[in-house]
Design a protein around this ligand. Structure first.
Ligand SMILES: [Ca+2]
Ligand SMILES: [Ca+2]
Length: 257
């Protein structure tokens, strides 16, 4: 019952505040918004096609890049895009822009930003996730369980996707007692719809440690000291069991400082 009365108050507050929202110029509400890039991770030194997914992007005619003077960007196309049933459009995006993009080899990760420009104005700058110096590993499906894990070495950066609902990605790491590892997923901070959860298991499949959200982000960071020599399994999944081709993430495993 208490919940019902709270709902009434909330909806009343929404109704009374609605007229002031209507006074905003319409173009403010239609500003393009870039949520994330597909693929999520940009590759320095390679010409690549990137799709920017977001809101109010179907009428975008230009994308500009900042943070790298030598970067080249070319607008290819923009269109509305379907949102799967029951998926939140605010997180998935309902429109997209395709660009051809080239970053110089010596680009500084973290500094490259893209801005979409449409009839109503410019989007906020979107910070691209760019490969750094870590060895790159492409995810290899199927890696869905303890019986078929994907072996990775430390350090590495795995470029992967939660490819569908209830997809679980399992990686296998060899370690020694006392090794201190920092295991991190980069996804939500770059707008990916993935809310990652990571769990580390020992060779007997007992949980060593796990992480979900860290420091104001739904990206997990796990710093762990391995309790013994041997194989470990690391699983990555979405906290809401959602997934799809847009659900990119980067898994970074490296020695902790
Ligand atoms: Ca996967
Ligand atoms: Ca999470």
């Amino acid at each position: 019952m208490r919940r019902v009365s709270i709902l009434v108050v909330v909806s009343f507050a929404f109704v009374t505040s609605a007229p002031s929202q209507d006074k905003k110029p319409p173009e403010k509400r239609d500003l393009p918004k870039v949520l994330y890039a597909i693929p999520l991770i940009a590759k320095p030194g390679e010409k690549q096609k990137i799709t920017l997914r977001g809101k109010h992007l179907a009428a975008v005619k230009e994308v500009k890049v900042t943070g790298s003077d030598a970067a080249k960007v070319k607008f290819l196309a923009a269109k509305a895009a379907a949102v799967p049933n029951n998926y939140p459009a605010e997180r998935i995006g309902d429109s997209e822009v395709e660009i051809e993009f080239e970053l110089p080899k010596d680009v500084k990760p973290g500094e490259v930003k893209l801005t979409a420009i449409g009839p109503a104005g410019e989007s906020a700058a979107y910070t691209l996730l760019v490969r750094d110096e870590l060895p790159v590993v492409a995810e290899k499906e199927p890696n869905d369980g303890f019986d078929q894990p994907q072996p990775i070495t430390v350090p590495s950066a795995v470029e992967a996707t939660i490819k569908g609902e209830r997809d679980v990605d399992v990686y296998k790491i060899e370690g020694k007692e006392g090794d201190k590892l920092r295991i991190e997923v980069q996804a939500a901070r770059y707008g990916s719809p993935v809310d990652a959860v990571i769990t580390l298991y020992d060779s007997g499949r007992a949980v060593v440690d796990s992480a979900d959200d860290t420091a104001g982000s739904s990206d997990p960071v796990l710093v762990v000291t391995l309790p013994k020599d041997g194989a470990y399994f690391l699983s990555v999944m979405d906290a809401n069991d959602l997934g799809g081709a847009n659900f990119g993430y980067r898994l970074v495993v490296r020695p902790a400082k």
